[in-house]
Design a protein around this ligand. Structure first.
Ligand code: SF4
Length: 64
């Protein structure tokens, strides 16, 4: 699985970093999350799917 954030859509609420902190880290200065582990390790794929489902602006782009 590959994952990226579309910064045209991300509203910087940091929810993805709460749902899956192993893959998404919130940057307090830029007020955005970034992906720190791509490709996604198999054990975190489910949490990434959950983060994508919860991302209101649908900014998390997952490639299975
Ligand atoms: S959950 Fe979505 S909108 Fe919120 S920081 Fe993550 S990518 Fe951005």
């Amino acid at each position: 699985m590959k994952v990226k954030i579309d910064y045209d859509l991300c509203m910087g609420d940091g929810n993805c970093a709460k749902v899956c902190p192993e893959v998404f880290v919130y940057d307090d200065e830029k007020m955005l999350s970034r992906v720190v582990t791509d490709p996604v390790p198999p054990e975190h794929e489910e949490a990434v799917r959950q983060a994508a489902a919860e991302c209101a602006p649908e900014a998390i782009v997952v490639e299975e």
